[in-house]
Structure formats: C-alpha cells, structure tokens
Ligand binder design. Structure first.
Ligand SMILES: [Fe+2]
Length: 322
C-alpha cells in the first residue's frame, strides 16, 4: 500500500487530509513539522510527500530540497495558501515538485493530484527496477566467466550497503554504492579465462593485465553515463589508504569514501569465500587478516564497522535461520 505523508503545522489540516483519504487504499501519515517528517522518512518508504510551505523552523521548499536529495524516488507536492513566488517558481522550474496545490483545496482535485502523483511514483520505481536489473545482469556476466566469483557482486553490495547505512549515508549515495559494488569488477570482462581462473599465483605479465581491470571497467561505466560515485568505485576499488594500491596509488586523503567502503567489502568477501588458488578462510583467520589490513590497505574505521558491528550481526542472523 502506498504511504503518503502530509506535513502541516496546523493539526486541523492534517485531520482533514486523514478524513479525505480514509476510504481510499492509501496509508496516510502526518507530521506537524519538517523535523518530524524527516524522522518518519528515516523509518518508512514514502511514495508521496505533501507539505505546507509556511511552517516554523523549516519552509516546505527546504524540506522538499532535503527529501529530494535523500529520498529521490518520493514524489513531492506543495499544498499551501501562502505563496512566495520566487522560491515556488524555483522549485517548479528545477523539477523539485510535482504539483503546487492552493489551500483551501477542492477534495476532488486533491484526490486526483494524489492519484497522479502515485502513478508517477510507480513509473519512477519501475524505471529504477529496470535500471537495476540491467546493471545486475551486466555484473553477473563477469561471474559467468569466473565460477569462483558467483554471488560475489551481490555479497559485496550487501556488506557495502550495511557499512553505508551505519555511516548514515543518503539513499542516493547508497544506491550508487550498490551499483558500484555490483559493477566493481566489470572491467574483468576483457580478461582471458585462463588468467581469471588461474590456480595459484599469477605471473608478472598476467598481473599487468589484471591491473588494467579497474580502468577498463571505469571506462565502461563512463560510457554508460553512470554517476561519478559508481565510476569512482570501479576505478579505485584496488587503491589502498597507504597509497600502495593501483591504478593511481591514491591514498586515504584523496580516495573517495565510496571506493574505500567497497574496498573493505570486497576484501572481506574475497577472504571469506573460495578462490581458484585457495579455500575460504575461517572467520577467525578473516578477522586476523582484516585486522592486519587496518590503516594500510583499508580504512580503520570502516574495517571496525564491518568486523565489530555488521559481520557479527549477519552471522547471528544466518545461524538463526539455519
Ligand atoms: Fe577487482
């Protein structure tokens, strides 16, 4: 069921909205301030935000701006008697709002606007799903070449998303991190299977070939006009915080956060799953090796978040479902 959040500092407006939609198949949530609304957003997936413009603490257009950045899929409507023409025009012209509705509203019209906004939300979601399916399919083609990496992309994405959530990153950032984690090794598509599935350590010449995969992958992502964060993850997932990684030898100060997050997730998954040249490490070994990487290959804080908070939680969940 769709969730629609009404925000207004006047309680009677919120009550009227609740009454109007009580017979419809829509869940109405209400908030009396922008702050309260943002708290609701943290806990629930909201299809449509309908906000008043003039409220104490934060204007409706300011709330809209924050929601647009943090929860871009949510459709946004301003419902207000007050019109500050400049900010209103700016919001409309920059595509920040779907509709502007004048108070007092006409019930029929409001119902129609809300229904159209929900259709728009569904279109956005469908578009997003198609985009995700396509990117995941591209990521999985590389897994077809290399049996040992089966499921690797999705697991790396899962760990990277958990780290991002602990850091309080926005929905938009997390979406890019999911895509980047899925695609981080897409440049391996150009590598010969003999190199990919090589049992044991590869030779120097082969290593030179392998080291091209971050750049090759980043070029594919740039060609596909994927967001910069996704490109960064692909290009920099083998960089190290001590500057000893490849392809550019960046360090903790100039490596983008998204690349550092995926690097931690990638290394953890590589250690805890079978590889062509070795079996998966035990959790105890993984813990030791990850501790050894703190501050040289990987950022300390991110390793700690994963190993101290996330992994124990995921392992406990896995045990309880077995
Ligand atoms: Fe890689």
């Amino acid at each position: 069921m769709h969730k629609v959040l009404f925000v207004d500092d006047e309680a009677f407006i919120l009550n009227a909205a609740r009454r109007l939609f009580s017979l419809h198949d829509i869940e109405i949530l209400t908030a009396q301030s922008a702050k309260e609304a943002l708290e609701i957003f943290k806990k629930q997936k909201i299809s449509l935000l309908v906000t008043d413009q003039r409220m104490p603490e934060m204007l409706g257009t300011e709330l809209i701006e924050q929601v647009r950045k943090l929860y871009p899929d949510t459709v946004r409507i301003i419902l207000s008697g007050y019109t500050d023409l400049t900010s209103l025009l700016e919001a409309i012209n920059n595509g920040k709002i779907f509709r502007f509705i004048v108070k007092p509203w006409n019930d029929e019209e409001l119902l129609q606007h809300v229904n159209e906004a929900l259709e728009q939300f569904q279109l956005n979601s469908r578009h997003r799903n198609q985009e995700e399916q396509m990117l995941l399919a591209l990521a999985q083609t590389i897994e077809l070449k290399d049996a040992y990496t089966k499921g690797h992309c999705e697991r790396v994405a899962r760990y990277a998303i958990e780290i991002s959530k602990e850091l309080g990153l926005s929905e938009e950032q997390i979406k890019d991190i999911r895509y980047g984690a899925w695609l981080h090794d897409c440049g391996k598509i150009g590598l010969h299977e003999d190199i990919l599935n090589h049992p044991g350590r590869v030779e120097e010449l082969q290593m030179l070939e392998i080291k091209k995969h971050p750049d090759n992958g980043a070029k594919i992502a740039e060609q596909a006009a994927l967001p910069q964060r996704v490109v960064n993850i692909i290009r920099f997932h083998h960089e190290r915080v001590d500057g000893e990684g490849y392809p550019l030898g960046l360090n903790r100060d100039n490596l983008p956060l998204e690349a550092k997050i995926v690097a931690v997730a990638d290394v953890y998954d590589a250690l805890s799953s079978d590889r062509p040249y070795r079996k998966a490490c035990s959790q105890r070994q993984v813990k030791q090796i990850m501790a050894g990487f703190r501050g040289c290959a990987l950022e300390e804080e991110l390793v700690d978040l994963l190993m101290d908070n996330i992994v124990p939680r995921l392992l406990a969940k896995q045990e309880s479902s077995e």
